[in-house]
Design a binder for this molecule. Structure first.
Ligand code: HEM
Length: 390
């Protein structure tokens, strides 16, 4: 749905599609999450109180993030098509204004929840949450109805004319052949990977800050490596490289090397799993599993154990090149915006997996034995690792 609507065609369809993907994801988590919380509140059963005490505060935090994401991505998606001034003068614009009004009203309901219902529900009294939540779900569903109408309403003609052939293929025009200056300065922010790079850097720094406040040390080298990894991810997807990559194979391969090799090496040297396990609070025996337990469960999951088998990681890392560039996959992927996103994600994850085993600091379910005398295999290194998991 997000790759076929208005957003998928015409000028700036890269920004439109990325914003719509994030928009619909935020709407799904928010609306679906609220319905699930209300279902838990309405359910009868011995665990309801404990479930609400965990779910309601967590959902409340998620709801705020979704609200902000919907507002930003909704505006980006709108401004790709029509300038703000044209909103009141068109059917499409009026529908957008209705949605903006609905989002403000939903924000108001959210504030009311925080003041009146969240505390009570977490104490096992969900009546107020059910009443206010019911109204909220109705407003949300009505907003989605307006959104569907929006998806079927032709945006007004803003006189910009049809996009050029290049813009209809990659979403934008290029100023000319890629010069050094254009690759360095001609940025086009990638809403998905650019945002991910910034969020990854901020969350990591918050983790380090929490350790520091507790008086625990965290090696500066790891922080520098992680932040450099995030910077490489940002530059590879949002600088002139990100702008010229979809149009030129040579630049695309440059992106591939940065996303598949340099960024993963730097990111795994940041030891993100060790930081998460040291910074996140443990749920304790009685408490419901939280983010720390989810990270542990993920790292110990059977499919991660399988993926971290050196032969599997090697086959994925090396095999991907041949599978992608020596088959019909790459030509088929070229015209598809979503396929470019998927390729970039694949390069990053497969590179991360491979270099986690080869140079990673975080303990992996399996570890390649290093030749004797290799720097990392010093006794000190080994003990550090094991302490990180406790
Ligand atoms: C400031 C508030 C908002 C703005 C400016 C906004 C704007 C937009 C725009 C421009 C689209 C693309 C429509 C098209 O394809 O032409 C869209 C799609 C959508 N929006 Fe929003 N939106 C907002 C709030 C919300 C809220 C609060 C929800 C749900 C609770 C929501 C749910 C959706 C959904 C589900 C779609 C996809 C509809 C479809 O393609 O069928 N939006 N929105």
């Amino acid at each position: 749905m997000t790759f076929t609507g208005h957003s998928a065609s015409g000028g700036a369809h890269d920004v439109a599609t990325d914003s719509l993907v994030l928009h619909v994801l935020a709407a799904s988590l928010w609306v679906g999450g609220l319905v699930a919380v209300l279902g838990t509140a309405a359910a009868r059963g011995p665990d309801r109180e404990a479930a609400l005490a965990t779910a309601v505060p967590r959902f409340s935090r998620l709801a705020l993030v979704c609200w902000l994401a919907l507002a930003v991505t909704g505006m980006v998606n709108t401004l790709v098509r029509i300038p703000l001034g044209a909103l009141p003068g068109s059917e499409y614009g009026l529908l957008v204004l209705v949605k903006a009004g609905a989002l403000l009203a939903l924000g108001g309901l959210g504030v009311l929840h925080r003041r009146r219902t969240v505390g009570a529900a977490a104490r096992g009294e969900p009546r107020a949450l059910l009443r206010l939540g019911g109204v909220e779900v109705l407003v949300m569903l009505a907003t989605i109805g307006v959104a569907v109408a929006l998806g079927r309403t032709a945006p007004p003609d803003t006189g910009t004319g049809p996009p050029s052939r290049l813009a209809s293929v990659i979403g934008y025009d290029l100023a000319g052949p890629p010069t050094f200056l254009r690759l360095v300065f001609d940025w086009r922010f990638d809403l998905v990977f650019g945002t991910a790079a910034i969020v990854l850097a901020v969350v990591y720094l918050l983790g380090v800050l929490r350790l520091r406040r507790r008086g625990d040390d965290w090696r500066v080298g790891r922080t520098v490596a992680w932040l450099l990894g995030c910077a490489v991810l940002l530059v590879a997807t949002s600088s002139g490289l990100g702008r010229y990559g979809p149009a030129m194979f040579s630049v695309h391969m440059g992106q591939h090397m940065l996303l598949g090799m340099l960024a993963p090496i730097l990111l795994v040297l940041g030891a993100p799993v060790t930081l998460a396990l040291r910074a996140l609070p443990a749920a304790g025996r009685a408490g419901p599993p939280g983010p720390r337990e989810w990270v542990l469960a993920f790292v110990h999951a059977p499919f991660v154990r399988w993926l971290t088998h050196p032969l599997v990681a090697l086959a994925l890392f090396v095999g991907s090149y041949y599978a992608l560039y020596f088959s019909a996959l790459f030509p088929a992927a070229l015209p598809e915006h979503w396929a470019h996103k998927l390729m970039n994600l694949h390069f990053l994850l497969v590179g991360g997996l491979f270099f986690w085993l080869v140079v990673g600091i975080d303990p992996a379910p399996r570890r390649c034995r290093r030749p004797p005398g290799w720097a990392w295999s010093s006794p000190r290194c080994r003990s550090t690792r094991s302490s990180a998991w406790r």
